[in-house]
Design a protein around this ligand. Sequence first.
Ligand SMILES: Cc1cc2nc3c(=O)[nH]c(=O)nc-3n(C[C@H](O)[C@H](O)[C@H](O)COP(=O)(O)O)c2cc1C
Ligand SMILES: CCCCC(=O)C(=O)O
Length: 350
Amino acid sequence: MMPFSVREFEALARDRLPRYAYDFIAGGADDEVTVRANEQAFARLRLLPRVLRGQPGRDLGTTLFGAGITMPVLLSPTAFHRLADPAGEQATARAAAKAGTVLIASMASTVPIGDIATAGGADLVLWFQLYIQPDQAVTDALVKRAEDAGCRALVVTVDSPVLGWRQRDHHNEFHDLPAGLYCENMRGLAGDSGVRSIAMVPELSWEHIDRLRQTTELPIVLKGLMHPADAVTAVEHGVSGLLVSNHGGRQLDTAVAAIDAVADVAAAVDIPVLMDGGVRRGTDVVKALALGAHAVGIGRPVLWGLAARGEEGVLDVLELLRGELDRALALTGCASVRQVTSDLVREVRC
Ligand SMILES: Cc1cc2nc3c(=O)[nH]c(=O)nc-3n(C[C@H](O)[C@H](O)[C@H](O)COP(=O)(O)O)c2cc1C
Ligand SMILES: CCCCC(=O)C(=O)O
């Protein structure tokens, strides 16, 4: 069956993946209230279209930190792509390059960042997601690896001072990567224990961000920030962008849906605000833009594409979303992503 939506890709991926891998990807923290809320919140937002604004075509392109991208849909960082396909992050990188959008490579990738960059080639806009490590020398080495690979931004995940309680992983006893898979970016660094050697740092604070700011010239994006007061503080600390996210409901369960946090954060700052969590349709992208996001990220949909059909599947997912976004813009009366305004969304009770 040819999938015609992200949801249909998920069904295909579910059939193909071993149970533990499907659960790792689909699952979230505790009761998974926030996993569900991320999608449900989009359904609660409804579009109020404009008509008769005659336009021959739509311009989906935008720019981020000086790089042009063909649509405001990024690949959010997700760990362990080789769980979904043997080519792992290399396949994902090729698809992102072909689609002309940003790949935020996870620090927990199963292909080293340099090889991801090589696979994507010169066309790929590559960013690196970082968990700041307890040992500064390890963090510095990771930043150096990302810079050497040509990454154009650092995305620092700040919603994980400890890891969320992933009940499905406990039931499946999924604690170590299968033989042959490795957190490749950690290889050879101090404390590298081989498997899942990434540490969460409960002490993480603004001082860590200040220190990182002094270490690198790359733009820093904070990922996992939801509160407008934190957004203001981030700007004071020289942060260049924000990715509003609750980690796809994998960290703090019962956190508000990511889309519900966007408007207040966007109103509080002048730097680019991105969001991820629950984006499954082109109409979701329009809603996020209307609420002030510059672009959105997708996490699980990429892995569904990868598990279903490798590189081609990731590209199919991205192109499905591009088509949906294009149609949604046409149907709301927008000639470009810049024309999406806040009056196009209404919240309903359902
Ligand atoms: C399987 C999986 C692995 C993830 N790994 C990471 C990671 O390594 N680093 C990170 O910052 N976020 C990670 N995330 C969170 C995503 O970046 C993103 O916030 C989330 O998936 C967005 O929600 P969505 O899956 O509904 O699109 C992961 C999410 C999933 C589903
Ligand atoms: C130590 C890897 C963490 C990956 C991650 O962020 C997630 O599974 O959500």
